[in-house]
Design a protein around this ligand. Sequence first.
Ligand code: GDP
Length: 141
Amino acid sequence: MTTQRTLAIIKPDAVTKGVVGKIITRIERAALAIIAAKLVHMTLAEARGFYIVHRERPFYESLCAFMTQGPCLPMVLAGDDAIRKWRDLMGATDPAKAAAGTIRKDFAASIEANAVHGSDAPETAAFEIPYFFSSFELWPR
Ligand code: GDP
């Protein structure tokens, strides 16, 4: 086990649906520490930059438009094996394929509007965390 930081996002569909509290409860029950959090309504340019790795995928523009529909809630989670733990809580990208009891199974509507994001590797987290948070915003500093 290694202590890690990961970027989690409660996506606009889940914020609009009013399930932020339920998702945060799952994070707390998994003993992941929330060391930063804020509501952000991304511009299209910001969403395109965040998902730049997907720029060649057919769903890129649709995904970026979805992410700008309303505010989302980026958070930094910390703990042992935080990247894997958070992705286990999230479930598979497509809610139809997500395991029972996962966030996407319970709250996602589609493969695009799938409630949450999580970094998939330490290198990804190293890009994604500073995309939303300065070191000044991470606790403990
Ligand atoms: P994740 O790591 O499970 O979030 O999945 P990916 O990194 O593969 O994709 C990033 C995000 O793009 C997903 O969370 C979805 O919101 C969206 N996405 C992935 N695959 C598709 C797809 O086939 N169609 C659409 N419309 N969106 C997708």
